[in-house]
Write a protein that binds this ligand. Structure first.
Ligand code: AHR
Length: 327
């Protein structure tokens, strides 16, 4: 059924050591692509946020439902671990490699190795900045620049009758990651026409709650006049809310908060008025990934870019959708 490539048979001992080096393996058999089952090697970023946890669940559940053998590796936020995992998937001769790149740059060499081994690659969630588009079959995920723009456009509209200045602090995602770069750029673009909008501090919170809280604490100490927090994800926003409350201020009132993701905890804070606006970024990429992987493994053609459909939420909208929210 699936494209088969001539491969080198590894000894069981070597295979075990390779698997040990690359992290978790959900397949349970320790073997490479084989039999009639499609085998996908998936190299995940880590478990930094509620979004990531939901994304991992979506991929694992969809693989199960589609009868796909999934070899899953958690890179714990490190590019070198992802590269190691991809090399291991090549050695195991999986049918398809998919991964969500920790950072945008530095992928050409390992993806060239996958290409030479004739193993198709699908990028999920995040893009790479390579100019060689032949290194991957498809990129499925959100438009992060648009997400940043939506966040900025909401603020411009919300502040349209206010004289300003509007002092903004920004919690950026992981340095070098596509969603951090693009959400920053899209937001800056949306507010640039009006000089009353001033980004007075901008620092990474690593997409985590802990770092979001810590960085917000330092922002609050050095800037007594913060009007708005723009956080590149819900988790950092939720950490920042703790810092704001500890400083005796009311999140959502004394400081307006805009975040990205719309995971359950973020939506709950939005429905309570602690966050003012959330731009959705859907983590439910599993079903589409399985379809794409099956098509490319069968030698079919797929779209180079598969865009995720997303919306935005106000507190009222959050209240309506929360009961049915899946993640
Ligand atoms: O790449 C998607 C981003 O990664 C999510 O918005 C963020 O929560 C996650 O860590």
């Amino acid at each position: 059924m699936f494209r088969k490539r001539a491969g080198v048979l590894l000894t069981a001992a070597l295979l075990v050591s390779v698997l040990g080096a690359c992290g978790d393996d959900d397949s349970g058999d320790g073997g490479g692509g084989g039999g009639d089952k499609l085998t996908i090697g998936f190299a995940q970023v880590g478990a930094e946020s509620g979004w990531r946890t939901a994304n991992t669940k979506s991929i694992q559940e969809s693989a199960k439902a589609a009868g796909v053998e999934l070899k899953f590796s958690d890179a714990q936020g490190k590019q070198e671990n992802q590269i190691k995992a991809i090399r291991s998937f090549i050695t195991q001769r999986v049918d398809v490699i998919a991964f969500s790149p920790v950072v945008e740059s530095g992928w050409d060499t390992v993806l060239k190795e996958a290409k030479d081994a004739e193993i198709p690659v699908i990028l999920t969630d995040r893009a790479i900045d390579s100019t060689d588009e032949s290194l991957y079959e498809s990129f499925i995920g959100s438009d992060f620049v648009l997400e940043g723009k939506k966040a900025g456009e909401w603020l411009v509209e919300d502040e349209k009758d206010e004289p300003g200045p509007v002092n903004i602090v920004e919690l950026q995602g992981t340095p070098g990651a596509a969603p951090a770069n693009d959400r920053k750029a899209g937001f800056a673009d949306a507010i640039k026409a009006d000089p009353k909008f001033k980004i007075i501090a901008s620092q990474t919170g690593q997409f985590t709650r802990t770092d979001g809280k810590q960085v917000m604490e330092t922002f609050l100490k050095s800037h007594p006049d913060i009007d708005v927090l723009y956080a590149h994800n819900d988790d950092m926003g939720l950490g920042a809310i703790e810092a704001i409350e500890a400083a005796g201020k009311t999140p959502g009132k004394d400081i307006k908060i805009i975040t990205v993701d719309a995971v359950k905890d973020g939506m709950t804070a939005l429905s309570e008025g602690k966050i003012n606006f959330i731009v959705e970024c859907s983590p439910l990429l599993g079903p589409q990934l399985m379809d794409l992987a099956k098509t490319v493994a069968d030698g079919g053609t797929v779209d180079k870019r598969v865009l995720t459909e997303e919306t935005t939420f106000t507190p009222e909208q959050a209240k309506e959708v929360l009961p049915e929210r899946k993640y």
